[in-house]
Design a protein around this ligand. Structure first.
Ligand SMILES: NC(=O)C1=CN([C@@H]2O[C@H](COP(=O)(O)OP(=O)(O)OC[C@H]3O[C@@H](n4cnc5c(N)ncnc54)[C@H](O)[C@@H]3O)[C@@H](O)[C@H]2O)C=CC1
Ligand SMILES: O=C(O)[C@H]1O[C@H](OP(=O)(O)OP(=O)(O)OC[C@H]2O[C@@H](n3ccc(=O)[nH]c3=O)[C@H](O)[C@@H]2O)[C@H](O)[C@@H](O)[C@@H]1O
Length: 431
């Protein structure tokens, strides 16, 4: 199938490279020329395992990138993978979606054949049919159902495992208005749907939009519940990991997403939970459980710093912060809990020396005012430190050695597997 993908960030690039790999002809339409040049040169504009080799193999053949929206005219279906950020008040910011839909609509004015526009970005119920569709109609001069159709197909991939998650998902959700659109999308995903472990969910557009938010809200709330229970376990002197491992053996609960500690960050859970809460309020409903999930999440970094302060006088102390990215396997620092830890440590008068295998440049660039000394290695960060905290569970931290520390005190926010005998004090946030 000939597919165009608007927006070539984490999702758009991954989806494009994977669809080319599955045998489709794919063109990425992107406003950032550096990204376009990278893809056309066979290079991955983002770091994701398995992405570079796929782009290298298909670039110049079944995978191309362009800044020219008119290239969608050669395709049958367009996937919108545009950003849907959080506005200052927490609500969903639709300006990039509107701008992309306008440019796409302009281009589609010159198309004679049928065209399917699929929203893959995370958007609140009603956005596809009440915001995107009217813009497409207005700009193209074609009514929806009269040549142009719209559908919604949320994406569930995770950063760090994006390629594998896309190619082997638990489920593919197709929210469509017509049988023709459903059939076209089943054909697009046929190689993925051939896997017996992948569920196909066929539903309406509005349900597909909400499935994505409900999915993320559920996962974020699960981690917050696990943290609430973990904090209770800590108060009782019990190990939350042993408790929750047993709890997870109940099929109704599942053992995945049960890691308590510093909480959830990243570019998705915080913004999506915020958008759903704002959307719910707009509809007249108070989402109290989601409010509580955010409140628990917001407190974990402070709890970590308080725990450290039980063992180290933070005023004037040198504290090593291990890990800055929002989770291991990525250099993404958006809403990383580690940054809150740094801020609270600074508030309490500590000098912070940090190490992260890949995320330090991003912190330097995006938070130039954050007073951090950067170390070349975890050992370098620990050298002479009066205490240390683990903020991201990078596997390399399991091999930490603590010889160089001035005081061997470690407070672990992520349950890494260190040799505790080497430490004078080892405290887990929830164990
Ligand atoms: N990052 C993730 O792990 C996941 C993200 N999502 C959702 O997918 C959507 C996209 O997210 P990301 O790929 O992470 O965003 P991103 O910010 O990495 O990429 C968006 C891309 O769109 C480009 N762009 C902006 N306006 C444009 C326009 N008018 N025309 C063409 N290109 C334009 C930007 O230059 C950027 O490269 C969001 O709704 C997000 O919530 C869904 C699942 C996973
Ligand atoms: O909508 C999105 O964009 C994506 O958001 C998340 O993916 P991602 O943010 O990449 O990362 P996760 O692996 O889900 O981790 C999110 C946060 O939760 C934390 N977490 C996760 C699991 C756990 O048990 N405990 C825990 O604290 C992680 O450290 C991290 O800060 C979802 O898992 C994806 O399904 C979804 O597509």
């Amino acid at each position: 199938m000939n597919v165009s993908i608007i927006g070539s960030g984490y999702v758009g690039t991954t989806v494009a490279a994977c669809l080319a790999d599955l045998g489709h002809e794919v063109v990425n339409v992107e406003i950032d020329e550096d990204i376009v040049d990278a893809i056309n040169a066979g290079e991955a504009p983002i770091h994701e395992s398995g992405l570079e080799e796929r782009i290298a193999e298909h670039a110049g053949a079944s995978l191309r990138a362009t800044t020219d929206y008119d290239e969608v005219l050669e395709t049958d279906v367009t996937l919108l993978c545009l950003p849907t950020p959080q506005s200052d008040d927490g609500s969903l910011e639709l300006a990039p979606m509107r701008a992309g839909a306008e440019m796409l609509g302009d281009a589609l004015a010159a198309k004679d054949d049928d065209h399917l526009v699929v929203v893959k970005s995370t958007v609140l119920p009603g956005t596809t049919e009440e915001v995107v569709a009217p813009i497409l109609e207005e700009q193209s001069g074609t009514a929806i159902g009269d040549g142009i159709d719209v559908a919604m197909n949320p994406e569930f991939l995770r950063m760090g495992t994006a390629v594998q998650d896309f190619l082997e998902p638990d489920k593919v959700v197709l929210g469509t208005r017509t049988d023709a659109a459903a059939e076209q999308l089943r054909e697009l995903y046929a190689p993925i749907l051939a896997n017996d472990d992948t569920h196909l969910v066929e539903t309406d557009v509005r349900e597909a939009e909400l499935i994505k938010y409900a999915n993320n809200a559920f996962l974020a709330s699960k981690v917050s519940l696990v943290n609430d229970l973990g904090n209770i376990a800590k108060e009782y002197g019990a190990d939350a990991y042993e408790v929750l491992e047993a709890v997870g053996l109940d099929d109704r609960i599942s053992e995945r997403f049960m890691r308590s500690g510093l909480g959830w960050g990243g570019s998705c859970f915080p913004k999506d939970v915020a958008a759903l809460r704002a959307g719910a309020r707009e509809q007249g409903y108070e989402p109290e459980l989601l409010d509580a999930a955010v409140a628990v999440n917001d407190e974990q970094p402070r709890r970590l710093v308080d725990l450290l302060a039980d063992h180290v006088d933070l005023e004037g102390a040198r504290i090593a912060v291990l890990g800055l990215s929002f989770k291991p396997g990525t250099d993404d620092i958006r809403k990383s809990r580690a940054l809150d830890v740094v801020e609270y440590l600074r508030e309490r008068g500590a000098a912070v020396v940090a190490y992260d295998p890949v995320a330090m440049d991003n912190v330097r660039e995006q938070y130039p005012d954050l007073e951090i000394e950067y170390a070349d290695s975890a050992a370098g960060a620990l050298e002479g430190a009066d205490g240390a905290v683990v903020a991201t569970d990078w596997p390399e931290f399991d091999a930490l050695e603590f010889d160089g520390m001035a005081r061997r005190v470690l407070v672990d926010g992520r349950r890494i597997d260190v040799d505790k005998d080497e430490l004078d004090v080892y405290e887990g946030l929830t164990w």
